[in-house]
Design a protein around this ligand. Structure first.
Ligand code: ATP
Ligand code: MG
Length: 580
C-alpha cells in the first residue's frame, strides 16, 4: 500500500514535458541564466554558487545547515559563506597559490571543507577533496599525483595520515590545520589564525569556462583510480540537473548523503544545491538508519539524494519509517552509483509514498547524464532517459571505430556525444588513456546498456564485468536483480568463473536476509529460482553464501576482487576498499 504524501502534489515539477524540452534545449541558451563575473570577467563556480546569492535576495538564506556528530545544527547563510570563502581565498593567495595550483582537503564533512572548496575556486586554483577514511598510502598517492600545493586537514588526520608521508611530498608547501590555534612550524599552520587575519572581501580574477576547477579520483571499482579533471563551465550541468532532475524549488531543504571525496558529494553535495539557491544539509556522521530518518524528519527535508547501498541497508532494517517518523515533507528521493534494483524502487514507493528516481553518471561526466524525472513514469530497474542536452546512444565499438546500434533492446556500449559542459578534460597524467575513451565525437563510457522501444535506458553491466558463457554475453545486473527477487536474498554479486566447456560459468555470491541460514537446500532453491527466471544458460550454477560483499568506500560492489579471490589471482589496487 502506498502512503499518501501531500507535499508531493503541492509542488509542480520543473520539468513538465520531457519530449518538448528535449527538442528545444540548448546549452548556449542555458548559459544565459548565469550571472557571470562583473565586467565580463567570465564564469566562476563560486560566484554562481555563493556571491551572486549573497549580493541578492538570498543573502540571509541558509546555504548550509551543518549537523554535527552530536546532532547540534549550525547554519551558514549565503552571506556567511561569501565572507568565509573570501577569507580563505585571501589566505591561499598570501601563501602563493595561483591559478591552476591544487588545494586538497582531507577532512570529515566539516564547514572548513566547504569554505575551502569555494575559496579555492575563487582563487582559480583546483579543488580536490579526499575521503578522510583513506589510509596514508592512498592519500599519499593522490596528493602526489595531484601535486598538492596546499592541504587543509585536522590535527588528528595530520598526525595519523600525513606526518608519515609528508617528506615524500615535495610539492606540498603548506598544511593548514582546521582545529589548532597556533602555527606548528613554517609549513604546518593554523587555519583559524590565518583566516582571522584576512579581509572578508576578495575580487575573483577573470575565469574562463575552460579553466580547471575540480579534480576527482574515480571509485577504483575496475582498477587503479583515475584523476578526472573538470572545469568551471561544469557548473552549467550542475545548475540544469539541479532544476530538471533534483527539481529544486525556492526554500527547498535538500540532503545529499555522499561524501565530497566522491564526485557526487561535490557536484551534488556542494555545487548544485547552492547554485540553485536552496538549503543544503551536511551531516558530519556516517550511515546510521535511525539518525538518517530523524534528520529527514527533524530538518523537514524535501529532496534526498542517496545511493543503492544505503537504500539496501535501510530495506534490511527492522524500521518502518512511515509509521515511526513524520516524513511528510519528503517530495523526492534520488539514487546514483550502482544499479537500483526494481524491488528497491517498489520499496521506496510503498514506504515513503514518493518514487526513488535512479540516475546514471560517472566521475568523468561530472554530472547526471541519464535519469528518471519526477513527471515521467518510472520503469523500475531502468536508469531513465538522457538529460535534455545530452545525446546518448548504444554502440558497438572496436579499437578505433564505433557503430551506433539503432535497434531497440540490443545491448552495447553506452556512449555519449562529446561536448556537454561538465565533460572531463583529461585523466591526470594519463592523456593517452583519456584520448582512448573517444571514438570521433563519441565518449565511450565503459558501461554496457540497452535502450527499450520508448527510449528508457537499462544498465547491463560494466564492460569489464561482462560474463561470456556458452556463447551468451551475460550482464551481472540482470542476474543479480533476479537473485534479489528471491525472498531470502539481501544482496548478490555475480562473476564469470573460467570453465573449459562453456567459456565462463556464472557464479554468484549471496548475502542472506536476517533469519535465513545458508545451506545446500537454500542454494538449490535460489539456483532453481534463477533458472526459472533467466533460463539455464544465464542462471548461476554455483552460489557462495557470504556475510558481506567487498565494496568500494563509495558503495560499489568490487566484482573484480571477488573474481581475483575466486581464481587466486593478484587482488590489484585496493585503496578504495571499504573495511568491514
Ligand atoms: P573506476 O572508474 O575507478 O573503476 P567507478 O567507475 O566505480 O570506478 P565512479 O565514476 O564513481 O567510479 O562510478 C561510475 C560508475 O558507477 C558508472 O560507470 C557505472 O558503472 C556505475 N553507476 C553509476 N550510476 C549507476 C546507475 N544508476 N546504474 C548502474 N550503474 C551506475
Ligand atoms: Mg569508471
Amino acid at each position: 500500500m502506498s502512503v499518501v504524501n501531500s507535499h508531493t502534489e503541492a509542488v509542480e515539477p520543473n520539468l513538465i514535458d520531457y519530449d518538448a524540452l528535449l527538442s528545444t534545449f540548448s546549452w548556449n541558451e542555458a548559459y544565459k541564466d548565469f550571472d557571470g563575473l562583473p565586467n565580463g570577467g567570465g564564469l566562476n563556480i563560486a560566484h554562481e554558487a555563493i556571491d551572486r546569492h549573497a549580493a541578492g535576495l538570498l543573502k540571509d538564506h541558509v546555504a548550509i545547515r551543518w549537523i554535527r556528530k552530536d546532532r547540534a545544527a549550525k547554519d551558514f547563510t549565503y552571506h556567511d559563506l561569501y565572507e568565509l570563502s573570501n577569507r580563505f581565498a585571501n589566505v591561499i593567495s598570501r601563501l602563493g597559490v595561483g591559478k591552476g595550483d591544487t588545494v586538497f582537503t582531507l577532512t570529515g564533512r566539516i564547514p572548513e571543507l566547504y569554505v575551502t572548496a569555494f575559496g579555492t575556486l575563487k582563487r582559480t586554483a583546483i579543488f580536490c577533496p579526499l575521503f578522510s577514511v583513506f589510509g596514508p598510502q592512498p592519500i599519499y598517492e593522490r596528493l602526489s599525483r595531484g601535486e598538492a600545493k596546499i592541504l587543509v586537514t585536522t590535527l588528528d588526520l595530520f598526525t595519523k595520515k600525513i606526518k608519515p608521508v609528508i617528506e615524500r611530498l615535495p610539492a606540498l608547501q603548506y598544511v593548514l590545520i582546521t582545529d589548532t590555534e597556533s602555527h606548528a612550524d613554517k609549513k604546518v599552520l593554523s587555519l583559524p589564525l590565518l583566516m582571522a587575519k584576512e579581509s572578508s572581501t576578495f575580487t575573483i580574477p577573470p575565469t574562463q569556462k575552460e579553466d580547471p576547477a575540480l579534480l576527482h579520483f574515480t571509485s577504483g571499482t575496475t582498477g587503479m583510480p583515475k584523476g578526472a579533471l573538470h572545469v568551471h563551465g561544469a557548473v552549467l550541468t550542475h545548475m540544469i540537473t539541479g532544476k530538471l532532475v533534483l527539481d529544486f524549488h525556492p526554500d527547498d531543504i535538500y540532503w545529499c548523503t555522499a561524501d565530497p571525496g566522491w564526485v557526487t558529494g561535490t557536484s551534488y553535495g556542494i555545487i548544485a544545491p547552492l547554485v540553485n539557491g536552496v538549503t543544503n544539509i551536511v551531516d558530519e556522521a556516517e550511515f546510521d538508519a535511525a539518525r538518517w530518518y530523524s534528520i529527514l524528519q527533524d530538518h523537514k527535508i524535501n529532496i534526498w539524494y542517496t545511493a543503492p547501498t544505503a537504500i539496501r541497508r535501510l530495506m534490511r532494517m527492522n524500521i518502518d519509517p512511515a509509521k515511526q517518523y513524520n516524513l511528510e515533507h519528503l517530495r523526492l528521493i534520488l539514487s546514483v552509483g550502482e544499479p537500483l534494483h526494481a524491488d528497491a524502487v517498489h520499496w521506496g514507493e510503498d514506504t515513503f509514498g514518493v518514487p526513488i528516481l535512479d540516475n546514471w553518471w560517472q566521475t568523468e561526466t561530472g554530472g547526471i547524464m541519464i535519469s528518471n524525472y519526477r513527471n515521467m513514469p518510472v520503469r523500475p530497474g531502468s536508469m531513465g532517459k538522457p538529460l535534455p542536452g545530452i545525446e546518448a546512444a548504444i554502440a558497438e565499438i572496436s579499437a578505433d571505430s564505433l557503430s551506433i546500434i539503432t535497434e531497440p533492446e540490443k545491448s552495447g556500449q553506452l556512449v555519449l556525444k562529446r561536448g556537454w559542459p561538465s565533460m572531463f578534460k583529461t585523466y591526470l597524467h594519463e592523456e593517452e588513456r583519456y584520448q582512448k575513451c573517444f571514438r570521433g565525437e563519441w565518449y565511450v563510457t565503459g558501461d554496457l546498456a540497452r535502450r527499450d522501444k520508448e527510449g528508457y535506458y537499462w544498465f547491463v553491466g560494466r564492460a569489464d564485468d561482462i560474463i561470456k558463457t556458452s556463447g551468451h554475453m551475460v550482464g551481472p545486473f540482470e542476474v543479480e536483480s533476479t537473485l534479489m527477487e528471491h525472498p531470502a536474498v539481501a544482496e548478490a554479486a555475480v562473476i564469470g568463473k573460467p570453465e573449459p566447456t562453456i567459456g565462463e560459468m556464472v557464479k554468484a555470491f549471496v548475502v542472506l536476509k536476517p533469519g535465513n541460514a545458508p545451506g545446500e537446500q537454500l542454494e538449490m532453491d535460489i539456483i532453481a529460482h534463477g533458472r526459472k527466471k533467466l533460463g539455464p544458460a544465464v542462471a548461476p550454477k554455483e552460489i557462495d553464501f557470504v556475510d558481506s560483499l567487498p565494496k568500494t568506500r563509495s558503495g560499489k560492489i568490487l566484482r573484480r576482487l571477488l573474481k581475483a579471490r575466486e581464481l587466486g589471482l593478484q587482488e590489484g589496487d585496493l585503496s578504495t576498499l571499504e573495511q568491514p
